[in-house]
Design a protein around this ligand. Structure first.
Ligand SMILES: Cc1ncc(C[n+]2csc(CCOP(=O)(O)OP(=O)(O)O)c2C)c(N)n1
Length: 954
């Protein structure tokens, strides 16, 4: 009994575990963790007494408490009690030791993970950490046998120091390295403490879970070995060395379904993707084998370039415990980690489509490589979205395949942090580290991760420390660069066999069972391999579900009508200018709204802001949903939007567009974003490829900053449909225009977007009127296909007296005009000596200059859309001016803007109409390294110079 008192802290809340563990130990000492084995052995015969006592009715555990929150009154009472007994303990020492013990416990909770043996290769041994040394906290060797006061922590008042240390080691430094003490939220920290301390570090999973884990890891290993033999040397980025990832995945799916998840969106890079595609996503193995044999993953004749097999996505429906569950793996470019925020956007869109306000039904799971997770800035950008109201998805589960190498680079050269997962700490995500050879620890930690996500709706990271069996890919020689690591890897038994051995040792399976399981799966793969012969994909995996009403776009469609009845426009317009009677509107905005109402009532001089608002509002009125994010979009960087009005007394928000009708079904979700381009644009792209009935818009603060998101533009927006058959109707509004504000506030680098244009992949526009913008926005939803739209949106034109439209230009029967011909009364067409083709804001500079010079014999044509190149519309205009010279005038430098893109296309148009002028002459700023000068004076000089040239007599 005295032994029980000495060690009872171990059993306060985990008696059942300890009892089971001890029973297991008695039966087979090898079957328990070495730490526990050592401990039970040290107790000798007393151990059975302890367990017996623990389960006895007389013993009742105390309430648990966090050591840091010790009750001082209770300490005082304890001291009084102690003083009255024969074993009188010195009160001061008791208090002092209690404080030392508190620090020691805290240190183990905080740093215990550093002593977990995480490396399956045994090369990375935990180094001495003084924080975890009892001596650092003021104890001595002599104190080991002495009782320390614990104040109810772990359910006891006192325990010998040596037992406390043992318990802390078992709990925090044995199989799961848990980092949770950085979490600010006490409830979450306590949840982890309780979880870990209740089991004293014991990893306990059911028999069924064990069998399932064995099957998963075995199938993962067998599939890779099969591919290795059948397709030697072919790149597959095998998961070998980290096969338990598959078990983790399966556990997360099965557990999360129990918590209510019905849909999973997965993002991952190359490593292990083929295994996830088949084993987890349910892509038929024969389809995969056929791809290895050279078949296309989509029907022949689709004429798309496609992508390598370890980048492809997949969707499937599976049944989990009677629940219908949808899984989708997001296609992924080579650029590591860029997929993260795309997945988050997809998750959010799916949650919104399901009206899953609690964000319970759809879960994002992201798989990362260790080097990429630590190295790529996009990881931070995606993580930073996690708690923002516009981007929250109820928490993502992150799985890190930490094979301790990135291509040929070792961790000491690839990160400045202890763990590759440290970046996740800045959002207070808990991180669980496990040894990738420890199948049950992986399963247990995966269960914990899914429970945490479900309970707290926050991100959580599971770091599976493993190894990479081959080189970076299967053709790579790893001994060139990591000879020691690979010598250790060569001698390794695979994780499936390791786990099988342990289950055999526990008597749960026999070696014959295991061989039979393997043989059965091999037979299955053989059968699938046979079917793969001659297998062809007959149907493309796209335009299904909510996309089924859409079709593949064809080049050069006629413009659809996007006008709205004048009466309705006026009704909607008036509502946009009204606020509730008790709303305290800012007086300046009140005046603006009065002016806008005037525009609506008179139908004249509509400015950009009202054109845009009418574009948004009419779509909402027609039951399209809309989502717009970007930096400061609620007001608008240039203060033209004011889509969200702020009450000047109580800061309540009022969104006129969301108050068009009393029973309005569709709303505009308009939110300021964090200061990110990469993460936010990737998120919105993900949103746009998920819900085709929602107009998704991202606005850059200045167009220049879009290049921070260049990877998303190149890898997803421009090429996603060609590579993976994924349509997107995403709109990018990129403020653009030379206004003397310097190199970084002038150009959205239109030339880069134009260079990406081919095969009708994206649309690039540079509108000059509110009506034009109104129509192009509405056109996004009114066609039966979706294409990304990049708009060089205006800055100074937002308030330009000439950049106005009439309400009737938005009315019934109107549509977007890709080319706007001459609008003024000038000389007869055959007397026109020059036609200036231009695009965007420079039109107004040219217009005013022409007026100033009274150059009536010069026509100006505007290209509102640059791509798809509106050749037909341009030809219709140019053909009128048979005797004219043609010039292209732009405000951008010659090596920027549209010139290099339009020049050969204009030449083709001129040739098609047999024009006497063969090519367009360039007029504009000369070639330059920087997008613009930094001084207003120089800017104006440049402007004056090229305007003069545009009108000069030859
Ligand atoms: C942005 C980017 N830079 C470089 C590469 C080239 N690359 C492909 S895989 C790889 C190593 C990745 O290491 P890790 O993240 O640890 O994953 P592992 O391949 O080891 O599973 C590199 C550098 C890339 N794909 N993307």
């Amino acid at each position: 009994m005295s032994n029980l008192q000495n060690t009872s802290y171990l059993y306060g809340s985990n008696a059942v575990f300890i009892e089971e563990l001890y029973a297991q130990y008695v039966e087979n000492p090898e079957s328990v963790d070495p730490e526990w084995r050592k401990y039970f052995a040290s107790l000798g015969d007393k151990a059975s007494d302890i367990v017996g006592s623990v389960t006895g009715a007389a013993w009742k555990p105390n309430d648990k408490r966090i050591i840091g929150a010790m009750d001082r009154t209770e300490i005082a009472q304890q001291k009084t009690k102690a003083a009255s007994t024969q074993n009188n303990v010195d009160v001061a020492t008791d208090l002092e030791n209690a404080i030392k013990a508190a620090n020691l416990i805290n240190a183990h909770r905080t740093y215990g993970h550093m002593y977990v043996n995480l490396d399956p290769l045994g090369l990375l041994n935990p180094t001495y950490n003084p924080e975890l040394d009892f001596k650092t906290h003021g104890f001595t060797e002599e104190d080991l046998e002495k009782n320390v006061y614990l104040g109810g922590t772990f359910g006891v008042d006192h325990a010998p120091l040596k037992d406390l240390i043992h318990y802390l080691k078992c709990t925090y430094s044995t199989r799961i390295g848990a980092e949770f003490m950085h979490i600010e939220n006490a409830e979450e920290r306590q949840w982890f403490q309780r979880k870990l301390e209740a089991t004293a570090g014991t990893v306990s999973i059911t028999k069924d879970e064990k069998f399932k884990a064995l099957q998963d890891v075995m199938e993962a290993e067998q599939f890779e070995s099969y591919l290795h033999v059948k397709f030697p040397g072919t790149k597959r980025f095998s998961i070998e060395g980290g096969e338990n990832l598959i078990s983790a995945f399966e556990v997360i799916i099965h557990n999360s379904v129990e918590y209510g998840v019905r849909e999973f969106v997965v993002g991952m890079a190359h490593r292990g993707r083929l295994n996830i595609l088949t084993k987890v996503m349910g892509k038929p193995y024969h389809a995969m084998f056929a791809e290895f044999k050279g078949e296309l993953p989509f029907p022949e004749g689709m004429e798309i370039p496609g992508d390598v097999k370890y980048h492809l996505g997949n969707s499937s429906d599976i049944n989990v415990n009677g629940h219908h569950v949808h899984l989708s793996l997001t296609p992924n470019p080579s650029h590591l980690e860029v997929v993260n925020a795309v997945v988050l956007g997809k998750v959010r869109a799916k949650q919104d489509m399901r009206e899953d306000a609690d964000r319970n039904q759809v879960l994002g799971v992201l798989v990362h490589g260790d080097a990429a997770f630590a190295g790529q800035g996009s990881v931070m950008e995606a993580l930073s979205l996690s708690q923002l109201k516009a981007y929250h998805t109820g928490g993502t589960i992150h799985l890190v395949v930490n094979n301790q190498i990135g291509f040929t680079t070792s961790p000491e050269d690839s990160r400045s942090t202890l763990y590759c997962t440290d970046i996740a700490k800045f959002i207070s995500a808990p991180i669980l580290h496990v040894n990738g050879d420890d199948a049950e620890a992986v399963v247990y930690a995966a269960k914990m991760a899914s429970e945490y996500r479900s309970r707290f709706k926050k991100d959580v990271v599971l770091d599976i420390v493993c190894y990479r069996k081959y080189g970076h890919n299967e053709g790579d020689e790893p001994f060139f660069t990591q000879p020691l690591m690979y010598t250790a890897i060569k001698q390794k038994e695979n994780p499936a066999d390791i786990y099988a051995d342990s289950l055999i040792a526990d008597g749960l399976i026999t070696p014959e069972d295991y061989q039979a399981r393997k043989q059965k799966f091999k037979d299955f793969l053989d059968a699938e391999f046979a079917i793969s012969q001659g297998f062809k994909v007959m149907k493309a995996d796209w335009l299904e579900g909510s996309w089924s009403t859409l079709e593949q776009a064809q080049i050069n469609r006629d413009e659809v009508e996007t006008g709205i009845k004048l009466k309705l426009l006026k009704e909607i317009g008036a509502k946009l200018c009204k606020t509730p009677p008790d709303f305290n509107l800012n007086p300046k905005i009140a005046r603006q709204l009065e002016t806008k109402l005037q525009m609506i009532t008179t139908g004249k001089d509509l400015d950009w802001g009202i054109g845009e608002a009418l574009g948004f509002a009419t779509l909402i009125y027609e039951n399209y949903k809309m989502r717009m994010t970007g930096q400061d979009v609620e007001r608008g960087t240039f203060s033209h939007r004011h889509a969200v009005l702020i009450d000047q007394v109580n800061e309540k928000h009022y969104i006129p567009i969301n108050n068009l009708q009393s029973d309005q079904k569709c709303l505009l979700e308009l939110c300021n974003s964090n200061l990110s381009e990469f993460g936010v644009l990737a998120f919105e792209y993900g949103y746009s490829i998920t819900n085709p009935m929602m107009l998704t818009i991202w606005e850059a603060q200045f167009g220049d900053f879009a290049n921070s998101a260049q990877v998303v533009i190149d890898q997803y927006i421009a090429s996603g449909e060609a590579k993976w058959l994924r349509m997107s109707g995403l709109v990018l509004l990129l403020p653009h225009g030379y206004e003397g504000q310097g190199p970084e506030h002038s150009s959205a680098r239109m030339e880069r977007f134009l260079q990406l244009c081919a095969r009708d992949n994206i649309q690039v526009a540079n509108c000059t009127t509110p009506a034009s913008f109104f129509h192009i926005l509405r056109r996004q939803m009114h066609r039966n296909f979706r294409k990304p739209l990049i708009v060089m949106s205006p800055k100074s034109l937002l308030r330009h007296k000439l950049a106005v439209s009439k309400l009737e230009e938005l009315a019934e029967g109107t549509r977007f005009q890709p080319v706007i011909g001459e609008t003024e009364k000038i000389a007869a067409a055959d007397k026109v000596r020059r036609v200036i083709i231009c695009s965007g804001k420079v039109y107004y500079d040219l217009y005013e200059k022409r007026a100033e010079l009274k150059a009536n014999d010069i026509a100006i044509i505007r290209m509102e859309q640059l791509y798809p190149f509106p050749a037909k519309y341009l030809a219709d205009e140019l053909v009128k001016y048979k005797n004219a010279e043609v010039i292209w005038c732009q405000e951008e430098h010659e090596n920027m803007g549209g010139f290099y893109f339009v020049e050969p296309r204009i030449e083709k148009v001129l040739s098609s109409i047999n024009h006497k002028c063969k090519r367009a002459r360039y007029v504009g700023r000369p070639r330059a390294a920087s997008p613009s000068v930094g001084y207003m004076k120089l800017h104006l000089m440049e402007l004056a110079k090229f305007l003069e040239e545009a009108f000069k007599n030859n």
